[in-house]
Design a protein around this ligand. Sequence first.
Ligand SMILES: [Zn+2]
Length: 309
Amino acid sequence: MPTIGRRGFLATSIAAAAVARSRSVSVQSPTRLILLGTGGGPRPRKVSSASAQVIVTNDAAYVIDCGDGVARQLVLAGVRLTIIRHIFITHQHSDHNADYGNLIWLAWAAGLNTRVDTWGPPPLAKMTKLFFEMNAYDIDTRISNEGRVPLVPLVHVHEIRDNGAVMSDDNVKVTAALVDHPPVVPAFGYRFDAHDRSIVISGDTAPSDNLVRLARGADVLVHSVMYPAAIDRLVGRVPNAARLKESILAHQTSAEDAGRIAQAAGVKTLVLSHFVPADDPQVTERMWIEAAQSRFHGKVILGRDLLEI
Ligand SMILES: [Zn+2]
């Protein structure tokens, strides 16, 4: 009897271990990167949405930047708003943060009832607090009338001020690097190291050595790009053209330089995004790609809204 009992115990243990193994394998789902908005600048456009990306792994969504329309872009990408777990803001420019509060609020209205951590430069905490105050009427009404969980306690804000480790969990390790986007200080790029791939999001930056270091050996680098020859046409429509041109040239990276940075960092794939200009028909897809390829020997992907990489 003791022998049989022991065998039975062993068989059960082995079966349990096999189940645990298969569970741990199935838990490690492939890490998905979806571009949600690839246009640069806050002006709403027909052709592309403002800056946003999402990384989805193990049924948790990590949203990077919240340009105008990010909630709807997530829905169009087939990402359930209820799985949003972390939100990262690269810098406090409206084409990257206009829908930061709206994303949380609307995801909650869509059923999100679990913790959300948000990360980004100051004044992220003040922005979050004031956003909830501004919308307290709706939030309170939905709690009392629809029986929703209180929203404010779900959201945990973390302000980032420097290079280095940001957070890590079972799915990813996130690291930030200060990039060069004057006059917006601090502005960050983020690196996500998952079990199967590493992804770097540049944020907005002029050519940045910090970003080269952050992106070293990464599988995917999503880099913001401009096409300098087209900036005159872009700013020609506005009265503050001269100042705007000067500003853009000082704090963005040409597609050619993005290629140079990708080459220096030794990444496998460079994804062009945050196009400045976003909708100039005289700058063709081929021109963007050829500019980057002139300096980079890896794979170049022209970003577009809802493209999964
Ligand atoms: Zn910016």
